[in-house]
Design a protein around this ligand. Structure first.
Ligand code: FAD
Length: 686
């Protein structure tokens, strides 16, 4: 009998969709020993999710490939609302901006999921040896509960089974209206039966049947989609309902006389249902169409009979809704059909060792363009936390904040989707007396309000060890205790100090200039996602004696042997491996040089010389105007200190006169590195 190979890995990721790939990207950027497996033989190449919200673009940009999505994608600037007039004929009733102006430097764009997965794969390969292992799926999972609190232990044991190419390839057999063979997404749709067990069964009888291995992992992420095998293994459930709405999706190059086909449109017909039009890259247009003629399966599953759904019948529904305009197509790129289920996981992890992310813990309708975005944002929230725990920088307790932060977002998402789906799927009211119909004013108001939520910018995490604001763990809704372990370290922000930086939200981005070379940078560009914390000192006008004095006193505290920099940076590591200390001042750029500022902001290295990349000024640039970050963020003349998490969310805002609060904040969850690095020399001007 052959011996089954066994190995250890720090992090095992199951599923290489958007959520799994985001996690793998964090692992790659943070240098974590990780593996990622997917039961499919290939990534997807077209169809599926397409909308990228502006917060997601900020995140992709922080990972170094936002520009690829931004350049390739179709940009959606306007939403047109079409409703029946008094004669029941559809007319454009409103135009609204697709992304609320001013909330981000990006606006919503559309690019299919396969391209986004490609960007992730390239980024992971550039930063690490991690590769998606395809045609591989887990067949058993055990957790040694006695070892879950032991940092050094590998309490998770997973058996992986390798599939043949045939098993790993989803069967597809669709034909378009004009006889082309077309890729469809039914194998990933919720109208399809889960094939996980079939694949496992098949793998037992094929030539590679014995190709198994055993992995011992410290942490595991189930990013294995709505049917999540991982979720079933750890006994967690999705709570919620399946709706009766059946939707068809066509990705076509349309031939039509409908004038707004290159705009995002929400179209309600008088009696034939609704369509969402999404203009896409490469002249494609996606139509989300409510199907009114589907029949239920005879199997009591509540699912629609998918054999009755095909591209031709979806197109015919679209033609009825869009009449008197005409629509057909020559090219069908992809299609699918799905039934909306609105569910959220009862819990997002067991023992903070096995976590679920993405569709594995929340499912909802795709029309608001949220699934891929929220899924990636789940693991964007979790990845840096796991990396800092695996590296021994932070205490395991911070992992509890994954559930407290992301489950609330998932619940909000389901509530939003519930309202949005009802309004979108309903028949328009004929007049004010038509109580059964949907008020189009209500629909427009929900759309406008929903835009802020959907953008991802509104996310505001609650109080915890890593978000220093008023509130207790009792307020986390699900009872997760995320407070600072040692109460003496509890630090509360002074939110009143600046109106434009909200503790718990991502810091907004505005232009600043490098003091050393006058180059303009967006603030977010100097906060790339690499696992580092940032402490930003907004020092005000440092030509003012009072401000200068405060800055030098602050730098003494930051440079002292017992400062956060010295206690929590591993010995021998680069000085900014864990924390970057940044300065944004407001003295006229020409009146000072980098050498007028304390050395903690311009570290000296025997090999590399001075670090010129950490001092910025709020001043006018030659070519790109004035970012006015102090004005835009409401930074007071007295300045302030802001702590930013590795995912760009604000942990703390406090006075420059209380620099020791920064030490206390990090003492709440960081682990002392036993042999401190030499105290940094402070201050002597050259
Ligand atoms: P998935 O993308 O489902 O990835 C899961 C991965 O895990 C897959 O690669 C799968 O092969 C693998 N896997 C599953 N089980 C196993 C196993 N046992 N072992 C190993 N691997 C396994 N979202 C948006 O944000 N915007 C949109 O515009 C949008 N439109 C959509 C349109 C349609 C028609 C559909 C169906 C979905 C749409 N979504 C949209 C939703 C979006 O596709 C999902 O929310 C998103 O893909 C979820 O990402 P995920 O990584 O959690 O899961």
């Amino acid at each position: 009998m052959s011996v089954i190979p066994e190995s250890n890995v720090d992090v095992l990721i199951v599923g290489a969709g958007p959520a799994g790939l985001m996690m793998a990207t964090w692992m790659a950027k943070c240098g974590i020993n990780a593996r990622i497996v997917d039961k499919r033989g290939t990534k997807i190449f077209n169809g599926q999710a397409d909308g990228l919200q502006c917060r997601t673009l900020e995140i992709l940009d922080s990972l170094g490939f936002g520009h690829r999505a931004w350049r390739e994608a179709n940009h959606m600037l306007e939403i047109c609302l079409w409703n029946p007039d008094e004669n029941g004929i559809i007319r454009r009733s409103d135009r609204i901006p697709d992304t609320i102006p001013g909330i981000s430097r990006f606006q919503q764009v559309v690019l299919h999921q396969g391209r986004i997965e490609r960007f992730f794969l390239d980024s992971i390969a550039e930063a690490s040896d991690i590769r998606v292992e395809r045609g591989v799926m887990p067949s058993s999972l055990k957790i040694d509960e006695s070892a879950v609190e032991d940092d050094a232990a590998y309490p998770i044991t997973v058996t992986l089974r390798h599939l043949t190419e045939e098993e790993a390839t989803p069967k597809q057999s669709s034909t378009s209206a004009n006889g082309q063979s077309v890729q469809d997404g039914l194998f990933r749709s919720n109208l399809a039966k889960d094939d996980t067990q079939d694949l496992l069964d098949a793998s037992k009888i094929n030539a590679k049947a014995n190709s198994e291995e055993v992995i011992h992992a410290k942490y595991m992420i189930g990013a294995d989609g709505a049917h999540s095998w991982t979720r079933n293994q750890i006994g967690l459930k999705l709570e919620g309902d399946s709706t009766d709405y059946i939707w068809g999706v066509l990705d076509i190059v349309p031939i039509t006389d409908f004038p707004d086909i290159r705009m995002r449109c929400a179209i309600h017909s008088a009696d034939c249902g609704s369509i969402m039009v999404i203009p896409r890259e490469n002249k494609l247009v996606r139509l989300y169409i409510q199907l009114t003629t589907t029949q239920k399966n005879g199997d009591n599953s509540g699912r629609a009979d998918r054999s009755k759904i095909n591209p031709q019948m979806i197109l015919e529904s679209a033609q009825r809704i869009l009449a008197p305009y005409k629509i057909t197509y020559r090219k069908l790129d992809w299609w699918t059909a799905y039934q909306i289920g609105q569910r959220v996981g009862t819990s997002f992890s067991v023992h903070e060792r096995v976590f679920l992310a993405g569709d594995a813990v929340h499912t909802h309708s795709p029309k608001a363009g949220q699934g891929m975005n929220v899924s990636m944002q789940d693991s964007f929230n979790l990845g840096w936390k796991i990396a800092s725990v695996v590296k021994g920088h932070a205490d395991r307790s911070i992992l509890k904040t994954y559930q407290s932060e992301r489950r609330r977002i998932a619940q909000d998402l389901i509530a939003f989707d519930h309202k949005f789906s009802r309004l979108f799927s309903g028949r328009p009211a004929k007049d004010v007396m038509d109580a059964e119909g949907i008020s189009m004013e209500e629909f427009k108001a929900a759309f406008e309000k929903g835009n802020m939520f959907a953008s991802g910018i509104a996310v505001n995490y609650g109080a915890s060890a890593i978000v220093a604001k008023e509130g207790s763990s009792a307020e986390q809704g699900d009872g997760t205790d995320v407070s600072v372990a040692n109460a003496k370290h509890r630090v509360i922000s002074d939110q009143s100090l600046c109106s434009g930086i909200t503790v718990g939200m991502r810091i907004p981005s505005h232009k600043v200039l490098s003091q050393a070379d006058a180059r303009p940078w967006h603030l977010h560009e100097v906060l790339p996602s690499n696992g580092r914390w940032r402490v930003i000192v907004f020092a005000g006008n440092t030509n003012d004696d009072r401000q200068r004095d405060k800055l030098w006193k602050l730098s003494e505290v930051f440079s002292a042997p017992d400062s956060f920099l010295n206690l929590y940076t591993p010995k021998g590591a680069r000085y900014d491996e864990v924390f970057e200390v940044l300065l944004i001042h407001k003295a006229p750029r020409h009146s000072v040089t980098v050498f007028d500022f304390p050395e903690v902001f311009r570290h000296y290295d025997e090999v590399d010389g001075w670090d010129y990349n950490k001092i910025f000024v709020d001043d006018v640039s030659y070519h790109e105007g004035f970012g006015d970050i102090y004005g835009a963020l409401g930074i007071p003349q007295d300045g302030c200190i802001v702590i930013i998490r590795p995912d760009q969310y604000v942990s703390y805002v406090g006075s420059m006169e209380k620099p020791a609060a920064v030490n206390s904040f990090f003492a709440g969850f960081m682990k002392e590195q036993h042999v401190p690095v030499e105290a940094q020399t402070n201050g002597t001007k050259v």
